[in-house]
Design a protein around this ligand. Structure first.
Ligand code: F3S
Length: 406
């Protein structure tokens, strides 16, 4: 790779051991991907921060890097961790302590400790065309597709290395030519809510893999529907960028989005939508004892929707219900009284954590109901849960009755 004088100095250790380690990591990645040089980046989102991902060895590595002087040089946000710092949820004490050591370590390097997968809902909004180095697949697909920022699907280590150096190898989705569509999906079914978009995204993710899907006639999804749709594509298929004609900023028409490339056409109808629901449902026992909403973390609109559904009701005594969001959204919910509507029912409005990267199985729950396609996709493997997937209304009903109805 072609390096600037300053980048060579970093590689020689002039800015300390962490910066040298980070630069070595990025040069190795650049060589693997055939990058000619580095691009400066505007921001970083770190992921893989939970104890589940780090383990004890990772926790000690973070402490070592802090001691050796690791510092971030661009605005850096943090993904979800495995605990809620505002309360005791009954999770094992040693788990909470180890998780907080990881969190504090990254904060000492300069990260904003807001711990969420949706930093674009509060202040951290990449601009169109801007290069960034974000990890967290649901955030990557959103920033690329809906905002038109430029980001490869970074892992936790490469995002950390970019936060320390301020650069990323110039390859993949940072380049114009790699942002064109590969497959056209003609949507012949109307998605009515988040869970429909999630189910369709799951179906397409399974078909398209890591290729770039283009959607014609996707309707007029609201922001949260685009977030969940992207998260389903990214989890089932590894999609980092999608285009929706007339909806996303790089897709005014088919000519622009395919730029003369030959492409396959796939029709999507009711059958494919139903297949998505089927893929995301592994539940056998209709007795539900865990309900979770908010993967990716809920926006204020989603918190209000759940609060209104729970208003004046009580959830079943056998059920744990968590509604996942972050500190900024939770503080707004507190200000307007929506947290009380949720918590008076017996459900919990959590901050910082999520089902997949947390440890709710430690509470003894086994059967999950959710409207989040990414959570439904990962929970059987990561938490060992049986999963029922459906609308937020059905999930709240399951929380109240303790049962997943037909
Ligand atoms: Fe966010 Fe956790 Fe889901 S990080 S996207 S809530 S798996």
């Amino acid at each position: 790779m072609r390096l600037t004088d300053e980048q060579k100095r970093i590689l020689d250790g002039a800015r300390g051991i962490p910066a040298r380690v980070a630069m070595e990591m990025l040069v190795a990645l650049g060589d693997i991907y055939g990058a000619e040089d580095f691009i400066p980046i505007k921001s970083v989102h770190l992921a893989g921060l939970s104890l589940k991902s780090h383990g004890i060895a990772g926790m000690e590595w973070v402490g070592d890097m802090v001691e050796k002087g690791a510092r971030f040089v661009v605005p850096t946000t943090m993904n979800v961790i495995g605990v809620d710092r505002s309360r005791d949820l009954g999770l094992p004490v040693d788990w909470v302590e180890a998780q907080m050591r990881i969190q504090k370590g990254y904060e000492a390097m300069g990260a904003y400790g807001t711990s969420s997968c949706v930093p674009y809902y509060y202040s951290f909004l990449p601009r169109f065309g801007e290069s960034i180095a974000w990890a967290e697949s649901s955030a990557v697909v959103f920033t690329n597709s809906v905002l038109g920022a430029r980001d490869n699907r970074e892992g936790g280590p490469s995002a950390w290395a970019s936060a320390v150096t301020g650069v990323t190898p110039r390859h993949g989705l940072h380049l114009d030519g790699n942002r064109k569509g590969d497959i056209l999906f003609k949507v012949n079914v109307k998605c009515k809510n988040i869970s429909d978009y999630g189910a369709l995204g799951n179906y397409v993710g399974n078909v398209t893999g890591e290729k770039i899907p283009v959607f014609e006639n996707l309707g007029s999804p609201v922001m949260e529907e685009l977030v969940l749709f992207g998260s389903a594509l990214a989890s089932a298929g590894g999609v980092a960028l999608f285009h929706a004609i007339g909806v996303t900023p790089e897709a005014p028409d088919l000519e622009t989005v395919f730029a003369g490339k030959k492409y396959e056409v796939v029709e999507l109808g009711k059958r494919e939508l139903e297949q998505g629901y089927h893929n995301l449902t592994s539940g056998k026992n209709r007795k539900v004892n865990y309900v979770a909403i908010g993967c990716p973390h809920c926006s204020l609109n989603q918190v209000i929707e759940v609060a209104e559904l729970l208003r004046g009701k009580k959830i079943n005594k056998e059920v744990v219900m968590w509604v996942h969001t972050n500190i900024p959204v939770k503080q707004m919910a507190i200000q307007f009284g929506y947290d009380r509507m949720i918590e008076d029912s017996g459900a919990v409005l959590t901050q910082d954590l999520c089902t997949i990267l947390g440890n709710p199985e430690a509470l003894g729950v086994t059967t999950l109901a959710t409207n989040s396609p990414k959570m439904a996709f990962y929970a059987p493997g990561s938490n060992g849960f049986d999963v029922w997937y459906g609308t937020v209304e059905k999930c709240v009903e399951a929380a109240i009755t303790g049962e997943w109805k037909e």
